[in-house]
Design a protein around this ligand. Structure first.
Ligand code: FEO
Length: 401
């Protein structure tokens, strides 16, 4: 038996959990699962907002039927075409052949390229409305949050915003679906990981979308994203988090990430961390890039202001696991961080110098002189690490004041 989850009397949650998939987009660990959220409005006309990944289409169709019985679905609104949300469109069209698919011009290019033509289409644009009987929907284009076709659907009067990937997060919804039913600390970590892994590159577009929605004077009572909890009690909380992250705002703290083949670069990382603690820095995270997936590392890099990267030399270049980390940072175009650099060289250099080039490309402020030990750190190297730790702590504490 399926018990429906109501957001309002006529708006229902019909999302599904995925605890089987190991890697989201075949890249990002899902050890805590993920939810593909979709919604149904049961008005004079029936509208479904977004679908789910194709592996979950049966559960999804069953949920729809449990609410509307033999009534047909009139509209399928596609806020986002990435296949974790569009995977059941074909199945819906097969089940409800008279369905009208609603999207913007770009939506249908993706639809036909990924699947097949499924006319009739209702092509909408910025600010257009769609009447379902007693409820009226309004559409807002929010390109690149997360793909070019992404848009949001707002239910006038009810104040429900179907937001697509924006405001979403990792983590399956284990019983609790609404923000007042869950442990916020757990989901905040998973939401920041999702933001930094998936949406972070598009901070400027997130800002543009926020300005558009808030500038339009929408009264947002509920944020219903395609992943993560539904925010019905405190939607301002998730708006504020997305606002901070997309402006690259950060907390006082230092993330030290290193790649070390035989423990010498690691020794320097531990030394640095201890010296930072001596100077009153309490948020210190050390990651071995070869052990911790970059997904978790980038999430903490998004959180904290100080970043210290260390690498041994490997075949005259950067250690491969550190290359993954710096590539992800660079691809995300993260801004406004203080950077420290350290590492080791042996029969060649290449690790520390590559990190220096990375810093130039990122235009981050490099604190103190990069510290490069010859095979293993000696007294002079430790002295230089002291200077780096002091410079970082001074900057962070100065910023706090
Ligand atoms: Fe959850 Fe961009 O798809």
């Amino acid at each position: 038996m399926i018990r429906t989850v109501n957001i309002t009397d006529s708006i229902h949650y019909i999302g599904v959990n995925d605890r089987e998939t190991h890697l989201f987009e075949s890249l990002w660990p899902l050890d805590k699962g993920v939810a593909y959220n979709a919604y149904l409005i049961n008005d004079e006309k029936v509208a479904v907002i977004d679908t789910v990944k194709n592996t979950k289409m049966e559960d999804f169709l069953e949920k729809i039927q449990s609410i509307i019985g033999d009534k047909p679905v009139d509209y399928l609104i596609i806020n986002h075409m990435e296949p974790d949300h569009s995977g059941a469109i074909t199945a819906m069209k097969d089940k409800y052949p008279n369905l009208t698919i609603v999207g913007n011009k770009k939506t249908f290019t993706f639809l036909e390229n990924f699947y097949r033509p499924m006319k009739p289409y209702l092509i909408i644009d910025e600010g257009d409305t769609l009447n379902l009987g007693s409820l009226e929907l309004q559409f807002f284009m929010t390109p690149m949050v997360h793909w070019p076709e992404t848009m949001m659907t707002y239910v006038k009067g009810e104040g429900v915003l179907f937001a697509g990937d924006a405001f979403g997060g990792f983590g399956s919804l284990d019983g609790g679906i609404f923000d007042d039913e869950i442990n916020l600390e757990f989901y905040t970590d998973e939401i920041r990981r999702y933001y930094s892994n998936i949406v972070g590159k598009y901070g400027a577009m997130v800002q543009k979308a926020l300005k558009k929605l808030l500038g339009a004077g929408l009264e947002i009572k509920v944020i219903a994203a395609t992943h993560g909890p539904v925010w019905r009690t405190n939607p301002d909380h998730i708006i504020s988090l997305y606002d901070q992250w997309s402006k690259y705002e950060s907390e006082e703290g230092v993330v030290i990430v290193y790649g070390s083949m035989y423990g010498n670069t690691q020794k320097m990382a531990d030394y640095l961390a201890r010296r930072l603690a001596d100077q009153g820095i309490t948020n210190i995270r050390i990651y071995d890039a070869s052990k911790t997936h970059v997904s978790y590392i980038i999430s903490d890099i998004w959180r904290f202001k100080g970043i210290i990267l260390g690498s041994c030399a490997y075949n005259t270049g950067l250690f491969p696991s550190m290359e993954t980390v710096v590539n992800k940072i660079e691809n995300s175009q993260l801004k406004n961080r203080y950077l420290g650099i350290f590492g080791t060289a042996s029969w060649s250099g290449g690790g520390v110098s590559s990190l220096g080039k990375f810093a130039e490309r990122m235009k981050w402020e490099v604190l103190a002189k990069p510290v490069e030990a010859n095979s293993s750190p000696k007294e002079d190297d430790f002295n230089q690490l002291d200077a780096l730790a002091e410079a970082m702590a001074t900057q962070l504490k100065g910023q706090e004041a």
